[in-house]
Write a protein of this length. Sequence first.
Length: 525
Amino acid sequence: MYRILVADAIKPEGLSPLLEATHIELIQKTVDEAEKQLDQIDAILVRSATKVTEELMERMPQLKIIARAGVGVDNIDIPAATKRGIVVVNAPDGNTISTCEHTFAMMSSLVRHIPQAFTSLKAGEWRRSSFTGIELRGKTLGIVGFGRIGGELAKRAKAFGMEVVVFDPFLTTDRAKKMAVTVLPLAELLPKADIITVHTPLTNETRGLINKENLKTCKKGVYFLNCARGGIIDEDDLYEAIIEGQVAGAALDVFVEEPPHGHKLLELDQVIATPHLGASTKEAQLNVAVQVAQEVLTYLNGNPVSNSINLPAISKEVFDKVQPFYQLVQHIGMIASQLIKEGIQEISVTYAGESLDFDTSILTKSLLSGFFKTRIDLPVNEVNALLVAKERGITIGEKIAADTLGYANLISLKVKSEKRELTISGTYIENYGSRIVSLNGFKIDFEPEGNMLYIQHTDKPGVIGNVGKVLGDQGVNIATMQVGRKQAGGDAIMVLTFDKSLDPETKKMVEKIAGITLVENMSLF
Ligand SMILES: NC(=O)C1=CN([C@@H]2O[C@H](COP(=O)(O)OP(=O)(O)OC[C@H]3O[C@@H](n4cnc5c(N)ncnc54)[C@H](O)[C@@H]3O)[C@@H](O)[C@H]2O)C=CC1
Ligand SMILES: O=C(O)CCC(=O)C(=O)O
């Protein structure tokens, strides 16, 4: 049973994948209200209100995934989550259109003074000349941060006859060409634009991106919008620039402190504002809730997520390709770790086969998470697996090979310690599942599952029968048994699966059987 804390207001309809899952308990409480249950929480779902700090993570030792029902993750301590192996996911495009439409509504309202005119009219006035605005047509819109929202905004601005100039250091020439926008350095965009809107995340680079110094370089009478994050436009500097008449007005959906109680910008007639409503539509809230609920469920069910902040992004196409191999590699890692118990120096993974023709780094990380799972008292997963390996001085290698040894695909692991080397290979067969097909050079064929026993022995009559007898006498039910040998009468291995793990006493009895050289429990739980 997994416990998921829904700490902020997230649309209930969107949570249905979680509500329907029988192995999930949803707790809809704030962090303070859930104080006594925090140590049992496996996943937390938030919007922007809850701050997921390192201190909060410390109080949630079971936490496996943090899901942000929205885009901005500035309320989550990502490095702290990464260190702890906690996956952070967001819903990157569920609220793009709503936020873009809100920005557009704010822009129209700003240049036509709609909120001010409405307030005046409600107060019984009829002051038509006080609210003369400007047309958008023919004006230059400067978009700072040309991602999803910026891009949608550009399309709409063009439909209104505006010229669009953009600044985004990470923008590719291809996308700029496709979107038919003029790309400028920030220093050239600012003096050119009549209206400037910011759509970057809040980072160390973007905090105060628009400030006292560069506000001076803007056109006199420029309008500013911030529907991204408070602080991208320095609030004090914006206030001064409005007072001085350098900036004609501003539309703000976001503030450094939210709610912005008694904020001086809100006292200015030239400022219109909304209480962080960019994503507040029925559609956006449903979209983001569904997206993160599905991600959380996917992850808790042991599958890779597609919108992680602290894992490399994987497209739907790659995600579909990765999925069949995801558990196989974890199982390969877990088996290897239990068969080579000493400290190790090197882990190398080889991928062969057309169906593995993608960026396999996520699989290597998944394999490592399986490997470390049984030997490190820390949650290790794809998020921190490489870090854990590096901290332990283990060299990690990844190779592509052509030879699949007749299988459709083949994933092979080699683990080296000071004393020895262990090899294991597995394959995924469509509609059939995962199989381990070679172990320490022995050809074998078994499904990695549950409680297993690995036995090394001499290939001679009676050994297999004696193993069956000892286990039978102890009331152990053998579910499956596979044997492998290199040549008749030589070294051989046996892999058995049981319904429950083998107790130490029975294991000792098996070890005493003549011809047996090594017995190891392998558990895939
Ligand atoms: N008001 C609201 O309710 C909402 C606000 N947001 C905010 O809007 C922001 C943008 O959202 P999306 O467009 O979906 O994100 P996105 O990730 O698609 O786009 C952000 C863009 O900013 C660019 N960027 C990053 N650093 C930059 C820098 N130093 N200078 C210029 N550009 C830079 C990136 O290259 C990227 O193209 C989010 O980070 C979030 O903080 C998002 C949704 C709702
Ligand atoms: O949850 C919300 O409504 C805020 C949305 C937002 O700011 C974001 O997605 O970055």
